[in-house]
Design a protein around this ligand. Structure first.
Ligand SMILES: *Cc1c(COP(=O)(O)O)cnc(C)c1O
Length: 363
């Protein structure tokens, strides 16, 4: 008998969500963002599921890109943080990876090492503008020079890329500010444009431009939980387990480490095989919802989450017994509800599901 903690991954839903992203921006091509092991869903499995349709894939680094090529993925693969060292240059050429060029240090490396690699493919790159995120990218006043430096090298510039800082805040005008700056630069340099992450894909249609870069929405978690989305997203991951113990306690008994929860009345307590070593957030407080299948409703988490287990209050479900199915997040319990209770975000919860949790793929 295997430990019941499991992550069910719905590749059909992820493909449907990719199509939904494209439906939001029908004129645009899409870089499907599958960095960080496809937000915990399994990058190779997700890439294969999208391979027939995705225009390109986006990852954080060359290690993630090499894993995809080794698995037979042929699409263009964009390195969103670019490259970090000279050793990556021949690999980018050999495997046709497309770095985002965001800093003068990268230009210097290209100028030094690209001439040594002339017999191979031409490097394609995206030029990254810092339009206000202030993380990666050339400042507007340095952009023209960066572009000229790139043009002097044997590279093909696919376009201009920028990243929004506040696109999930649907009444915040800053996305429009970033968009206007970026669009002006793209026009004056005559470059294609790639800006929109998931929240912009969903909520800022004016920013869709030539390429969109949807990430979290592919996995069925809306980045703007408080707003209606223009398309229906399907859940990409269901994190599930079972009750492995059920016990009745008198009033006044503490439960778990530190006894942070004490029963106020005779209570039935369930233990679920899911803990922070599986990636469940340790800081999820008492009251965080846990869906109990038999009840068809949520029961509250109580006490501290421990490494391999968490406890729930089953007082509303007299029939609960060992073996009953529990959903930590999924179709019945939106991950954003758990994230909110745990003062986190769906991105963090999804990417933190650990390797100990077996992934079961549904096609
Ligand atoms: C992660 C990332 C995305 C995707 O963001 P989502 O909010 O998950 O859609 C897009 N662009 C860049 C540069 C990223 O790093």
């Amino acid at each position: 008998m295997a430990r019941p903690a499991q992550a069910h991954i719905y590749l059909d839903a992820i493909l449907a969500n990719y199509r939904a992203a494209k439906a939001c921006a029908p004129q645009a091509r899409a870089i499907a963002i599958i960095k960080a092991n496809a937000y915990g869903h399994g990058a190779v499995a997700v890439a294969h599921a999208l391979a027939e349709e995705a225009d390109a894939f986006g990852v954080a680094c060359i290690e993630e890109a090499l894993e995809l090529r080794a698995a037979g993925i042929r699409q263009p693969i964009c390195l969103l943080e670019g490259f970090f060292s000279a050793e990556e240059i021949p690999l980018m050429l050999q495997y046709e990876f497309i770095p985002a060029i965001h800093h003068a240090a990268q230009l210097a490396l290209l100028a030094q090492y690209l001439p040594l690699n002339t017999q191979t493919n031409q490097l394609k790159v995206w030029l990254k503008l810092d339009s206000g995120m202030h993380r990666l990218g050339f400042a507007p006043e340095d952009l023209t020079e960066a572009y000229q430096n790139l043009r002097a090298l044997p590279v093909q510039v696919l376009g201009l890329m920028t990243h929004f800082a506040r696109a999930d805040e649907i009444t915040c005008p800053y996305t429009q500010t970033q968009w206007q700056r970026t669009q002006q630069w793209a026009q004056s340099l005559k470059l294609a444009l790639c800006c929109a992450n998931s929240p912009a894909t969903l909520a800022w249609p004016s920013t869709h431009a030539d390429w969109i870069r949807p990430g979290i929405m592919l996995y069925g978690a809306t980045p703007i939980p408080e707003a209606q989305t223009p398309v229906r997203l399907r859940v990409g991951m269901r994190l599930s387990s079972q009750l492995i113990s059920v016990r009745d306690l008198a009033a006044g008994e503490g439960v778990g480490y530190g006894h942070t929860f004490v029963t106020t009345q005779p209570s039935r307590i369930g233990v679920v095989a899911m803990g922070y070593a599986d990636g469940y957030p340790r800081h999820a407080p008492s009251g965080t919802p846990v869906y109990l299948e038999k009840l068809g409703a949520c029961v509250p988490l109580i006490g501290r989450v421990s490494m391999d287990m968490l406890t729930v209050d089953l007082s509303t479900c007299a029939q609960a017994q060992v073996g009953d199915a529990v959903e930590l997040w999924g179709q019945h319990l939106p991950i954003n509800q758990v994230a909110k209770a745990a003062q986190s975000i769906a991105y963090e919860l999804l990417t933190k599901v650990t390797a100990r949790v077996p992934r079961y793929y549904h096609y």
